[in-house]
Every structure is written in structure tokens, then in C-alpha cells.
Design a protein around this ligand. Structure first.
Ligand code: HEM
Length: 435
């Protein structure tokens, strides 16, 4: 039960709304609704409810609600993949990005090369640090951001470069602007408030300005790099693939689409999530010497102390893979994912969710549900291993209950990229350092 106008908004923990929703699910069950300002939100918490919505009824749940004023301004009226309606342009843009980011043969090799470069850089920074303890957050963040620039633009940048500084500023600003309870949330409901809350609105206008400046710099950078391409050398940059799509698809894809995809779907979605996961990893591993010892034992046996860790080692390293899965579960860095919306009235676990309602998936709850997981707040890679120390199969209940990247048509576009980078970092750190 909420208050007039604001509904349940002030009852929800501003920084961690997913924790409030866990408490409410205890009384209200796995499918319940809350009122946040003018919006009725449905929260799904249990595996059965989430699986039914995302996978079994995935097609009707693959829409995104478009009622958020702040996102609408920043994404040019929802032109990016993550905020777009599930239309043919969304499908095409996601396909183009997948094809370039992914994942088949040469694509996978390229991700490995980029990630290995990033790992080397990070190990260099760690190795050159003389203090016994230091804060690795910035080094991790900058390195992850540079993997994204490698992928999108084919090169890395110094933290002093103008484009790099602007990317960081934009990415950090967006984290607040996209949060459901973050600063400026009131503008989503009463957009006219922007005429009175000028400071808050200015933050959003500044982000739009920054986005436009970044796009101009991206275009400039990529045309300079164009000139460096030799003869029939393959252009592997994501931004080039997007530009090709612009030409091929005629008027359906516009330059504004590309700007929204490059800045929001690639830079924003690809940086904070991965760097946050890695920071949590360092924190966790420093408190679990037993896990670290087992990782080191596996890396020593499979890779040795000199050779660079490769993706082909992965199949022989079940403990490292289990640690990666456990990290994704434990950290759940996208706790509520991105909102979904059914196009028609849809029944989930016997409850009807009306067409047009916003639906949030509580991934954090799914991954910490005390009725399913044993010791959900402990870090235990063993939950993903069988009795013989092998990785449990994808059909094992623990693997099925793990959905850090979502599932169904709206599954995360960067899943493979993120997992690859994190695997290589976990293994390489274990090979070289004691944390
Ligand atoms: C640890 C890293 C990451 C995590 C945990 C993560 C998690 C998620 C989640 C939970 C969703 C929402 C799924 C849903 O709608 O139910 C999502 C969507 C998305 N992610 Fe990620 N993500 C990560 C990394 C990345 C990277 C590296 C990229 C890009 C390079 C990326 C791009 C996207 C995009 C574009 C979407 C929207 C897809 C769509 O609406 O069709 N993510 N991600």
C-alpha cells in the first residue's frame, strides 16, 4: 500500500530497490505489482515466473515500456537496442552487432586478442604497484572501457585523451539517469517539472550534449582509421559494421540509431557491468584464499606459469569456469535487468499481467533465493561442480537458475564478450598474483 501520487516510491530502498522487492515478495508472492509515481510495475521473483515470462512467453514479453522521460531524451526517443521496441530495426541492429562482436571463429579469436591485451595491461598496472594494498577500481574500469573502444573503434586510448574522458563522463552520468529511483526520477512522471527543476534537467541536457560530442569524435576517429586500412584488409570495427548497415538498410536505420547504439548499447552497457563484476571479484577473492588456491592449482596444471591463458584452455578448467558462474550469480550486477512489457494481457503463474504494464525481473532475487540456493550469500564455486570436479551441465538446476544476462529474445547482447573477458582475467590473475 503506497501514498497518493508517489505510490510506493519512498518505501523502496533508493540504492538497492531489488532488496525491498525481495522483502515484499515474501508476503505478496513471486508475481506482484507496486506503484511508483504514476507507473504500475510488476515484479517477477521466482524462477518459474521468470522462465515463463522470458522463455515460454518470450515473444509476448520482449517489448520494452517507453514511459521514461530521461531515457527517452538520452536515447533520442528509444533508438538504441536496449530501449527500442521489438521491431524490425531492433532485430537488424542486434544482428549487425552480434555478427561483429561475436563470436564465430575469427570473431572469437578477435575477442580473445582484445581481451588478452587488456589483461596484459591490467597485470602490468598491478605488477608496477609498489604498495601492499591499493584501490584497483580505476585501473579495471579504464581497461574495460578500452576493450570496448578496441571493439568499436579498433584502438585503445590513454586516459588523458579527450574521447576517453568524455566516454567515462558519459558512462558514469548514464548510470544515474537510467536508474528507476535515481536523480531526476520525478521528471519521468511529470516531464513539465523540467521547467522548474532546471538543475536536474540540465544534467540530462548535458548528457545529451556529451553523447553528441562523443559521436562526432567517433566519426572523426573512424574516418582517420579508415585511411590506415590496407588494400582488402577486413574492417573489424563495430562502428564500421554499423555504418555499413546504415547504407544497406536504406532509410530504416539512421545515423541517430548508430549514435544511440554506439554510446548506449556498447559503451554504457558494456563497461559498468563488466568492471563492476571484476571489482566485486577482487573483493571476494581476497576474502576466499581457499578458492584462490584451487584456481591457482588449476591454472598451474593447465596453463603453467609462463604461457598466456587462452580461451581453448577453458574446457580443461572447470574450477575457473565454476568460479566465473558463481561470480555472476553472487554479484548480479544487473539486479533488475531492463524493464519488459507484454504486448497483450499475459498470464504468468496464474496472474494476469495487463498489456502495456512495465515488468521488472528481480534477477538478484532469483540468484539469492534462500528457498533454492544453499547459503546464497556465500561465495561457493563448488555449487557448479559435480562430484568428480567437472562443471555441471547446462540442464543442471543450478545452471538453469542462473540468468545474469537474462534469457529469451531480449537476452544481453554482450554475454559472450563479458564472459570471455572475465574468464581470461580470473585465470590470468590466478596465474600471476596472490590477492
Ligand atoms: C557482466 C556483464 C554483463 C551483465 C551481467 C549484463 C546483463 C544484462 C541484462 C540482465 C540485460 C537485460 C536482459 C533483459 O532484458 O531481461 C542486458 C541487456 C543488454 N546488454 Fe548486457 N550485461 C553485461 C555486459 C554487456 C556488454 C559487454 C554489452 C555490450 C557490449 C551489453 C549489452 C547489452 C544490450 C545492448 C542489452 C539490451 C538487449 C536488448 O534489449 O535486446 N551487456 N544485459
Amino acid at each position: 500500500r503506497g501514498w497518493p501520487v508517489v505510490g510506493n516510491l519512498f518505501q523502496v530502498r533508493r540504492e538497492r530497490p531489488e532488496l525491498t522487492f525481495i522483502e515484499w515478495a515474501k508476503d505478496l508472492g513471486p508475481v506482484f505489482s507496486v506503484k511508483m509515481l504514476h507507473k504500475e510495475l510488476v515484479i517477477l521473483s521466482s524462477f518459474d515466473a521468470i522462465y515463463e515470462a522470458l522463455v515460454i512467453k518470450g515473444n509476448s514479453f520482449s517489448e520494452r515500456p517507453q514511459k521514461n522521460f530521461r531515457s527517452s531524451v538520452i536515447s533520442d526517443k528509444y533508438l538504441n537496442i536496449g530501449n527500442s521496441r521489438a521491431n524490425s530495426t531492433w532485430r537488424k541492429l542486434k544482428k549487425v552487432c552480434h555478427k561483429k562482436i561475436k563470436m564465430y571463429d575469427t570473431g572469437m579469436k578477435r575477442i580473445e586478442v582484445i581481451s588478452t591485451g587488456m589483461v596484459k595491461n591490467l597485470l602490468g598496472i598491478f605488477g608496477s604497484t609498489t604498495q601492499k594494498s591499493f584501490n584497483p577500481k580505476e585501473a579495471i574500469y579504464n581497461t574495460v572501457m578500452n576493450t570496448i573502444t578496441s571493439l568499436a573503434l579498433g584502438k585503445t586510448y590513454s586516459t588523458e585523451d579527450e574521447i576517453f574522458k568524455k566516454l567515462v563522463q558519459f558512462d558514469q552520468g548514464l548510470s544515474t539517469a537510467f536508474a528507476i529511483t535515481g536523480r531526476g526520477a520525478e521528471l519521468d512522471i511529470f516531464p513539465w517539472l523540467r521547467f522548474f527543476r532546471k538543475k536536474t534537467y540540465k544534467v540530462i541536457q548535458d548528457l545529451v550534449e556529451l553523447r553528441n560530442q562523443i559521436w562526432e569524435l567517433i566519426k572523426e576517429e573512424s574516418s582517420q582509421e579508415d585511411q590506415l586500412l590496407q588494400g582488402d584488409e577486413e574492417d573489424v570495427r563495430l562502428v564500421s559494421a554499423l555504418r555499413e548497415a546504415l547504407v544497406e538498410e536504406g532509410c530504416e536505420i539512421t545515423e541517430e540509431h548508430l549514435r544511440a547504439v554506439a554510446t548506449i548499447d556498447v559503451v554504457f552497457a558494456g563497461t559498468a557491468t563488466t568492471s563492476h563484476t571484476l571489482c566485486i571479484y577482487l573483493n571476494v577473492i581476497s576474502k576466499h584464499p581457499n578458492v584462490q588456491a584451487k584456481l591457482q592449482e588449476e591454472v598451474d596444471a593447465i596453463v603453467g606459469s609462463e604461457r598466456i591463458v587462452s580461451l581453448t584452455d577453458k574446457r580443461d578448467m572447470p574450477y575457473t569456469q565454476a568460479t566465473l558462474l558463481e561470480l555472476l550469480r553472487y554479484s548480479s550486477v544487473a539486479p533488475l535487468g531492463a524493464p519488459h512489457m507484454p504486448l497483450e494481457d499475459t498470464v504468468i503463474q496464474g496472474k494476469t499481467i495487463p498489456a502495456g504494464f512495465s515488468v521488472l525481473i528481480n534477477y538478484y532475487h532469483l540468484h539469492h533465493d534462500e528457498e533454492f540456493w544453499k547459503n546464497p550469500f556465500e561465495f561457493e564455486p563448488e555449487r557448479f561442480l559435480d562430484e568428480d570436479g567437472g562443471l555441471v551441465s547446462v540442464s543442471h538446476p543450478n545452471r538453469r537458475h542462473l540468468m545474469p544476462f537474462g534469457a529469451g529474445p531480449r537476452v544481453c547482447m554482450g554475454e559472450i564478450l563479458a564472459k570471455t573477458r572475465i574468464f581470461l582475467i580470473i585465470a590470468s590473475l590466478a596465474q600471476k598474483f596472490e590477492i
